[in-house]
Design a protein around this ligand. Structure first.
Ligand code: ATP
Length: 287
């Protein structure tokens, strides 16, 4: 598949989805360039999953349009679906088949060589468990198989709905490292997550949805600078004790800081960038 000739991998225009009277997604227009990683954030029920479901061709837009790889979402759905990777639905692996066989089934389906499987399983630290049935796998192992399964046909666009939700730190780390490698290799990724640390690490673009509306979409650092505030971490000595404080640089705090500094009590001083959690809280509070 060629993606070099198109400006945007995803382009939506006034995309809208109603369930009865409920407006789940409201007039969404945005574009994603090849190789970008977009984290779609928002409170529960904001419309993130519905957006992804529409983009995957699983929910029909009520109005508006979208193109994926330059293909029309409503008339070229099958063509789009054959070129995207999806980790979205509840785990639907073949429970009695091994991890290897689950991937082999998809290799056969997509006419890909079985020789792909071993390096994939090794990359996700699953090769030594490859022959065991999936029904004995842990949640983290299943999720790793689901991600690999979505990648067997080497899609250039990957949709992930909360990829590491409820996973232990080891599985999360393996998955995140793998996603970072995919990103590095130019795969475009759209993911939803409630884990701000994960989004911060993986995404370069952040879209924030609330009540179905896209309230903000921009580079992560631009968004943090606009809605978050930088803070200063200071460690100083007082009565032979070391005290650590994190302060927002208000005029009063800066004055106090300079007083501490001139009295030689400061041991260390670091500026800390605005957190995505704070940005999320501020965006959620917008009317
Ligand atoms: P979460 O973070 O909890 O996964 P979300 O941002 O993904 O939430 P959606 O699942 O997209 O939110 O839901 C958006 C709105 O659409 C909610 O009010 C939800 O109840 C409603 N909704 C979603 N799917 C359906 C459906 N099949 N039928 C009716 N209403 C639905």
């Amino acid at each position: 598949m060629k993606t070099t000739a198109i400006d945007y991998i995803i382009e939506t225009t006034h995309l809208t989805k109603k369930y009865g009277k409920r407006l789940a997604v409201d007039d969404l227009s945005f574009q994603i360039k090849p190789g970008q990683t977009l984290g779609l954030l928002g409170p529960n029920g904001a419309g993130k999953s519905t957006t992804i479901r529409m983009l995957m061709g699983l929910a029909k837009p009520t109005s508006g349009s979208a193109t994926i790889f330059g293909l029309d979402l409503t008339t070229q759905t099958k063509q789009i679906q054959s070129q995207i990777g999806v980790v979205f639905e509840k785990p639907n692996l073949y429970e009695n088949l091994s991890g290897y066989e689950n991937l082999a089934t998809f290799c056969r389906l997509f006419k890909r060589p079985l020789s792909l499987i071993r390096p994939l399983l090794e990359r996700m630290d699953l090769w030594d468990r490859a022959t065991e049935p999936v029904k004995v796998y842990s949640k983290g192992m299943r999720q790793r198989i689901l991600i690999l399964r979505a990648l067997v046909h080497q899609p250039q666009l990957l949709f992930l709905d909360e990829p590491c939700s409820g996973l232990d730190p080891v599985s999360s780390r393996i998955i995140r490292d793998y996603l970072l490698d995919l990103k590095q290799s130019g795969v475009t990724i759209l993911l939803t997550s409630h884990d701000m640390e994960e989004v911060d690490e993986l995404c370069d673009l952040i879209g924030f949805i609330n009540n179905g509306k896209l309230i903000a979409l921009s580079e992560k650092n631009t968004l943090k600078a606009a809605y978050g505030s930088y803070s200063i971490k200071i460690i100083y000595r007082k009565d032979h004790e070391l005290i650590q404080e994190v302060m927002i640089p208000t005029p009063e705090n800066l004055l106090r800081l300079s007083e501490l500094y001139s009295s030689h009590q400061v041991v260390s001083l670091h500026s800390m960038e605005a957190s995505l959690s704070e940005t999320f809280r501020k965006l959620s509070a917008l009317p």
